[in-house]
Design a binder for this molecule. Structure first.
Ligand SMILES: Cc1cc2nc3c(=O)[nH]c(=O)nc-3n(C[C@H](O)[C@H](O)[C@H](O)COP(=O)(O)OP(=O)(O)OC[C@H]3O[C@@H](n4cnc5c(N)ncnc54)[C@H](O)[C@@H]3O)c2cc1C
Length: 391
């Protein structure tokens, strides 16, 4: 039987980041295997993501996690080059712009204070300032907006995943194409994983980075995670008129848009009561026609004459308890780690969460960012750490 010191279930951006940070950590001397059931990532969340990075969160840890994520992505060549080959990752630092009517302004103000305390450059803009900065915007019904010009923008998700993977492999990590079907335990101690191929792998630690299958993997060890697959759509459209300096903009209705090369992409998250668990890829064009397009046309007059080009669906691992990641040791285990329930933020969180997991495996505790409040314990005590800025 093969043995690895650490087995990571799932080789998406989270599993691959953990593999990179473990293999880059000079205090970690062990071997690492990533088990990925589909190396094409055809249905994984990572390549279907919008790639957004922002510091505008309502939970302190999320601000700090993304600050590290932005810094890491900006310096990706330093960390993720292999030989003469650069990381190939671009960061479009065009900012995030949250817009508010009177009802939402107080929340923006509260969040901006927290973000400032933590070093973010978030600016609160009144309607005339919004108009000056973004002349293409209809501000008539707005009370204000918050704009993050530094360390906010977007990156290409697939490039980030591939760069983590390439670098991890160059540092000795093994990627295996197989499906984890069981977790082998002796009491509350994991000793290995069983695979669909019939093989078993012995290991010292297991990291659950299985995306929307995180709940299934946790259940194999008897743990209940409130993490469910939620479908999101991204619509790509052309706009005839040129509009400039467009940040990732979030309308008070929740409809968001941003440039994507010469085109734009847009989407919206449904209300909680209208958001069933879903793993299919069926597209909903009515959502675009009936909600997204009218909202876009109202907010940006130039968007009245847009042309829908294509769309895609993807699923993220939604933590129904409080929309924040559940990271750390599984309850009662000293060698089973969870990284689940990212609720649409996992791409930007991948550097900090990968580093955090490598610290927990190596030192048994966090050494840089203290993420204990994001541990499983809060589920048991009912102490939700609600993130209100979920896009
Ligand atoms: C439409 C959309 C837009 C998004 N926009 C953003 C954004 O703007 N910013 C942001 O930060 N995040 C965004 N996200 C969220 C982000 O994409 C995810 O949080 C992140 O990609 C999660 O990475 P992951 O590695 O956990 O999951 P995945 O990328 O899904 O990887 C999990 C992997 O585990 C594998 N796996 C599952 N079960 C098994 C098993 N039993 N054995 C072996 N392998 C297994 C799967 O094949 C998969 O490849 C978005 C997501 C979607 C869907």
């Amino acid at each position: 039987m093969q043995r690895f010191d650490v087995v990571i279930v799932g080789g998406g951006v989270i599993g691959s980041s953990a593999a990179y940070f473990l293999s880059a950590n000079s205090d970690f001397k062990g071997s690492v295997a990533v088990i990925e059931k589909d190396p094409t990532y055809a249905e994984a969340a990572t390549p279907r993501s919008a790639g957004g990075v922002r510091l505008q969160f309502s939970t302190a840890e999320n601000v700090l996690i993304s600050a590290f994520g932005a810094a890491f992505i900006k310096s990706a060549d330093e960390y993720l080059s292999v030989g003469n080959e650069g990381a190939g990752i671009e960061f479009r630092e065009q900012g995030y712009l949250f817009l508010a009517t009177g009802a939402g302004l107080k929340t923006l103000l509260t969040n901006q204070r927290l973000q400032h305390e933590l070093g973010a450059a978030t600016q609160l803009l009144n309607p005339p300032e919004l108009q000056d900065n973004f002349p293409w915007l209809n501000t008539a019904d707005l009370a204000g907006g918050s704009f993050g010009p530094v360390n906010e923008g977007w990156t290409d998700p697939y490039s980030l995943l591939q760069a983590f993977k390439r670098k991890a492999r160059s540092q000795g990590v093994t990627y295996l194409n197989d499906t984890v079907t069981g977790i082998v335990q002796e009491g509350h101690h994991v000793t290995g994983v069983a695979l669909a191929s019939g093989e078993s792998i012995a290991c010292g630690h297991v990291i659950n980075a299985a995306g929307i299958k995180g709940r299934t993997i946790a259940a194999m060890a008897g743990i209940d995670l409130p993490v469910f697959p939620r479908k999101r759509f991204i619509y790509v459209f052309d706009c005839r008129d040129e509009i400039e300096r467009v940040p990732l903009t979030i309308d008070p209705t929740g409809v968001w848009f941003r440039p994507e090369g010469p085109q734009f992409i847009a989407g919206v998250s449904p209300e909680e009561h209208d958001d069933p668990d879903n793993e299919d890829f069926e597209l909903d064009y009515r959502l675009f026609e009936e909600l997204i397009w009218p909202t876009l046309a109202h907010r940006v007059p130039a968007f009245e004459a847009i042309k829908l080009v294509r769309a895609w669906a993807g699923h993220y691992d939604y933590n129904a308890f409080d929309q924040n990641v559940i990271v750390g040791f599984a309850p009662g285990f000293d060698n089973l780690l969870l990284a689940n329930g990212f609720s649409g933020h996992g791409l930007q969180q991948s550097p900090a969460i990968g580093r955090a997991l490598s610290e927990l495996v190596t030192f048994g505790q966090y050494r840089t960012l203290d993420l204990r409040r994001f541990g499983y314990d809060r589920l048991a005590t009912g102490a939700a750490l609600k993130e209100v800025n979920v896009v």
